[in-house]
Design a protein around this ligand. Structure first.
Ligand SMILES: Cc1cc2nc3c(=O)[nH]c(=O)nc-3n(C[C@H](O)[C@H](O)[C@H](O)COP(=O)(O)OP(=O)(O)OC[C@H]3O[C@@H](n4cnc5c(N)ncnc54)[C@H](O)[C@@H]3O)c2cc1C
Length: 446
């Protein structure tokens, strides 16, 4: 392949070397962060992306978090295509006819350096690619990497689907997303397993800006993000989300693939169920569908992570299972891991040694970082939710019933109400089972 003949993300023909210091597979946050950092550090780097442009294949809710993003591109909010800073977050527990809400709102989140922004990845990734390109990275699109090139046990490049499509480099960074086909071929990943992967469906619904701001009680420069659990997933572990954009709403729901298959349900019907929830219906009433998409999310966490490094190869982002499903964080971990992979390569470049031993520094960096620490904290989460599906039905129902009882003013005394609530809880959830749930939860999260 002749990279010099390709146009970069900004549409300019960039003179490119015949051989690169690094090849990055995948133009998502992990790959683009790696490319940006490598190019800024003076290395020659090419990103190979199968989509029409970086971001074209991406389906995120989604929120981009400010602090990790600015570690890659400082003050990104001044230029990046962002929708709204998220100034209010709400957690909803639903039972079908009721919602128990916890909300947090902060004016700090609406001012520099912000906390998070709603974005469209098709625009955000394209912008990030242009930043990497401006630093000197070459971005090749519409090109599928089909295989790795090997010299003995060392990765020395990639084979693409194009004629004359082999490309060599000192190191290959695999940032191929949730389906780590190449990492699997390299024997680094076990691939995706239905019990450790969520399927998410998402719609973008259009609503005039003023109406949206009125309905969600927003100003022109504030935004809201809702995470919803409970009845909406019909007893399957999962989450719904609603994020406000400028004049659209991103709404979606994600459940573990295996649970969905076992229930023979379709993810789309769960989204319809979510949208039919009375409190949700009010928010999206009259909003027209602009986009529909489905995507997988690796939710196996720490226990499903592949080897992060080998001779001449590193794995970052979703391909390495770096998603914190409890807090719906993935893009931030992808950005940080891409940066750490690049920093490792820049250091290896000094000695010209890209062996597994030298690249092992990436494992150390990730291991000491928030990525591994958070993933370890929540390592038991997927199996806990899978074996305790009632967390998503029984507990929201009990919580809702308790609050309803306390808020209903009738002839019962508050002491009588407390007694009723305790009786109801005990009938639905014997004390021994409650203690076991608390113990299992504590063990999974500690
Ligand atoms: C519905 C949904 C909502 C989400 N919401 C949030 C959120 O609000 N906040 C958050 O932080 N995270 C969120 N996530 C998770 C987040 O999207 C991912 O963690 C993040 O995109 C991972 O980045 P990545 O670069 O590792 O992978 P990706 O973004 O998936 O990028 C991988 C890229 O590699 C390309 N590729 C794959 N294989 C090849 C190949 N062989 N050759 C060439 N190119 C290839 C793909 O086309 C893709 O562009 C959400 C995910 C989903 C599905």
């Amino acid at each position: 392949m002749t990279p010099a003949a390709k146009a970069d993300a900004a549409g300019q023909a960039t003179p490119a070397p015949a051989r690169f210091d690094a090849i990055v597979v995948g133009g998502g946050p992990a790959g683009l962060s790696a490319a940006y950092t490598l190019a800024a550090g003076g290395a020659s780097v090419v990103v190979i992306e199968r989509g029409d442009w970086p971001g074209s294949k991406n389906v995120m809710g989604g929120l981009v978090f400010s602090q990790p993003t600015s570690q890659v591109v400082p003050d990104f909010w001044k230029e990046a295509p962002l929708e709204r800073p998220v100034t209010r977050r709400e957690m909803w527990l639903t039972t079908g006819d009721s919602v128990l809400k916890a909300a947090y709102e902060s004016t700090d989140f609406g001012a520099e350096p912000y906390n998070s922004f709603s974005v469209f990845r098709s625009r955000f990734d394209k912008w990030l690619a242009a930043q990497a390109s401006a630093k000197g990275a070459v971005i090749i699109t519409e090109t599928l990497v089909e295989d790795l090139l090997w010299d003995g046990g060392k990765v020395i490049g990639v084979r693409t689907g194009r004629p004359d499509g082999d490309l060599e480099a000192d190191v290959v960074i695999l940032a191929e997303g949730v389906n780590p086909f190449l990492a699997e071929k390299a024997g680094m990943s076990q691939g995706v397993k239905a019990e450790a992967i969520a399927v998410a469906v998402k719609e973008v619904l259009a609503l005039p800006k003023e109406k949206l701001e009125d309905r969600f009680s927003l100003g022109t420069d504030t935004g809201a993000a809702f995470e919803v659990v409970g009845e909406i997933t019909g007893g399957i572990p999962g989450t719904g989300f609603i994020y406000t954009n400028r004049d659209t709403i991103s709404i979606g729901v994600g459940v573990i693939l295996k649970d969905m298959v076992d229930r023979a349900g379709a993810a789309y019907s769960l989204l319809e169920r979510f949208k039919a929830q009375p409190q949700v219906r009010r928010l999206i009433d009259g909003a027209g569908r602009r986009e529909y998409a489905a995507h997988l999310i690796p939710e196996g966490g720490y226990r499903s992570m592949p080897s992060l490094y080998g001779d001449g190869v590193l794995v970052a982002g979703d391909a390495a299972g770096m998603v914190n499903a409890v807090f719906s964080e993935g893009a931030n971990l992808a950005l940080l891991s891409g940066k750490m992979a690049a920093e490792t390569v820049l250091q290896a470049r000094g000695s010209g040694d890209y062996s597994r031993r030298t690249l092992g520094r990436y494992g150390d960096l990730v291991g000491r970082s928030i990525i591994m620490k958070d993933l370890k904290t929540f390592e038991g989460m997927t199996s806990l939710f899978s074996s305790h599906k009632h967390f998503f039905s029984l507990y929201p129902q009990l919580a809702s019933a308790a609050v309803k009882e306390m808020l209903t003013v009738d002839s019962l005394t508050k002491a009588d109400k407390m007694h009723l609530i305790t009786k109801l809880a005990r009938s639905q959830m014997p004390t021994r089972r409650l203690i076991k749930d608390l113990w299992d939860g504590w063990r999974a999260f500690s």
